[in-house]
Design a protein around this ligand. Structure first.
Ligand code: SF4
Length: 81
């Protein structure tokens, strides 16, 4: 299990993340969020400042999305279950 955070202040809506992990989607404000119905997504909490999501499985796709994000708005961190 791992935790993905998107800093919505840093996100600039380039959407490089979507190319690498299809669980990242565009929200109604034109910023990145996580699809709560996507495979492997356990939970998604969204505030004005950030999106915090919990994913099951390995971190490969989310890590690639984080590396592709120009402003470094995505953080991926393993969490104990
Ligand atoms: S790549 Fe980064 S800046 Fe671009 S939409 Fe995704 S989270 Fe936001």
């Amino acid at each position: 299990m791992y935790r993905v955070e998107i800093d919505r202040d840093a996100c600039d809506g380039i959407f490089a993340c979507l190319v690498h992990d299809e669980r990242f989607v565009e929200d109604d404000a034109g910023l990145a969020t996580v699809d709560p119905d996507a495979a492997g997504v356990v939970s998604v909490d969204r505030t004005d400042e950030q999106v915090v999501a919990t994913f099951d499985g390995d971190t490969d796709a989310a890590d690639m999305a984080a590396r592709a994000c120009p402003p470094g708005a995505i953080t991926v961190q393993e969490v104990s279950e």
